[in-house]
Design a protein around this ligand. Structure first.
Ligand SMILES: *[C@@H]1O[C@H](CO)[C@@H](O)[C@H](O)[C@H]1NC(C)=O
Ligand SMILES: *[C@@H]1O[C@H](CO)[C@@H](O)[C@H](O)[C@H]1NC(C)=O
Ligand SMILES: *[C@@H]1O[C@H](CO)[C@@H](O)[C@H](O)[C@H]1NC(C)=O
Length: 418
């Protein structure tokens, strides 16, 4: 009885060893077959178009909302004109965030006809979004500028994370406050004249000292939409920053506190970074006496002069997209964390990419090589060297993102500071 038992064991072992060798060799072959793959995030190994689609959606696990059909994704890739033969292994094409590595100012051939014939200075419809899509195929258009009651109750599938994330990346837990604000403001666009324009040129003014002495005022006023941030003043600086303000985007701590400095005919837009910011706006909209100011990190405005119909809430989608998709800040499960909050300037640019046909910026600069340059155009005492390592922002990574936009001519930098 012993011998057959042993023999059986011996045979079984043999089978297992052979099986093991067989399977490992298959595995090895597979690995060798894909050898040039260094880093899944950086390297695009094109096996088949199907595989490529999978890789692109895999690249950003945070971005599970990509609702493009596979067919659409394939189409967009081929539209880039990157004529990649199926089945060949190529080098890296996109960076970690999903931006094309080779950025240039050239227009893709299919747009040369569309835009090339327009004379200099004529607004090019859809230009910013088209150029953005060319360097960043994941770009999703459209995304409404401001929260409106429809979007807020049922956000489109692509942007639905805004209802799942807490502020600043979404509005979960703030639904009732927002509903109450929106029922009072009743208006959710830029106003009839601008909303009906078939082509809008926008300029976003960062508050950098680079704006000084460049006499850009008239050029800035020439844009259809002039976006200013926080308390950046107009009076006293008209020659360099212009006179027009279409919208001013602020958070409570950044909002203008001197009523005499309010710009007439402008929309007051809240970019909320924390739940308290929505509660603050509600008190402003209903002209209530401000209560509960303990949670603010500095003093805040106690009233907003605009009427409710001139007040808007910036779509928090832009904070989310700027942070997690464009800049590549840590997603931290969608919660605010160290270094994952984009600056207001970059949030505003993100908004413009979705809502303006052409986008220009001015006053953006964090050039640490000039520590004595003025940080803000309106304060002679604060120098560039005052920019500290910040808990909230990652200036270096933001700069990288903005450089890509300028390099590829998605946006025009009027002050050449980026
Ligand atoms: C632009 O000009 C080219 C020739 O110069 C012409 O073939 C093309 O149809 C024009 N495109 C548009 C949109 O007018
Ligand atoms: C701008 O010009 C004024 C007056 O000529 C000068 O005092 C100031 O230093 C200049 N500022 C910058 C940032 O160049
Ligand atoms: C400039 O900034 C300093 C430091 O924050 C502040 O004390 C001062 O009041 C500011 N000056 C102006 C003109 O805003």
């Amino acid at each position: 009885m012993k011998t057959p038992h042993k023999r059986l064991l011996f045979i079984l072992c043999g089978i297992m060893v052979v099986g093991f060798i067989y399977f490992s060799s298959r595995k090895l072959r597979l690995v060798w077959g894909l050898k040039p793959q260094r880093d899944a995030a950086e390297t695009t190994v094109v096996l088949t178009k199907g595989a490529e689609v999978k890789r692109i959606t895999e690249r950003d696990p945070a971005e599970t909302t990509v609702g493009l059909t596979k067919g659409a994704e394939v189409k967009r890739i081929t539209e880039l004109g990157t004529d990649i033969p199926v089945g060949r292994i190529v080098g890296p094409v996109y960076d970690e965030q999903g931006f094309l590595l080779k950025l240039d100012k050239k227009l893709p051939p299919e747009w040369v006809n569309k835009y090339g014939n327009l004379s200099e200075g004529v607004c090019k419809p859809g230009y910013a979004a088209a150029k953005m899509t060319a360097i960043y195929p994941k770009f999703m258009n459209p995304a409404p500028m401001f929260l409106d009651r429809n979007f807020f109750k049922t956000p489109s599938k692509l942007l639905s994370k805004v209802s799942k994330y807490l502020p600043p990346f979404g509005f979960r837990t703030q639904e009732r406050v927002i509903d109450s604000i929106l029922s009072a403001t009743k208006n959710y666009g830029l106003g009839a004249a601008l909303d009906s324009l078939s082509c809008k040129r926008c300029v976003i003014l960062g508050n950098g000292g680079v704006l000084l002495n460049k006499s850009l005022g008239p050029r800035i006023d020439d844009y259809d939409v002039v976006v200013r941030l926080n308390e950046a003043p107009v009076s006293g600086y008209v020659k360099d920053v212009g006179t027009k303000t279409t919208i001013r985007i602020t958070y409570p701590e950044g909002a203008m506190q001197k009523p005499e400095k309010y710009d007439k005919d402008s929309l007051f837009v809240l970019s909320a970074f924390k739940p308290l910011d929505f509660k603050w706006l509600k008190q402003m909209v209903f002209k209530e006496k401000l209560r509960g100011t303990e949670g603010f990190w500095k003093s805040v405005a106690r009233n907003v002069l605009q009427e409710p119909n001139e007040i808007r809430i910036l779509n928090p989608y832009f904070i989310q997209e700027a942070a997690f998709q464009f800049i590549g800040l840590p997603s931290n499960n969608g919660l605010m964390g160290k270094g994952n909050i984009p600056t207001l300037g970059t949030v505003a640019i993100t908004m413009a990419l979705h809502n303006c046909d052409e986008v220009a910026v001015a006053g953006f600069s964090y050039n640490m090589n000039t520590p004595n340059a003025l940080l803000h155009y309106y304060n002679k005492t604060v120098k560039m060297s005052a920019v500290k390592e910040s808990w909230t922002h990652n200036i270096a990574k933001e700069k990288e993102f903005l450089r890509k936009l300028v390099k590829a001519n998605v946006i025009t930098d009027l002050t050449n500071g980026i």
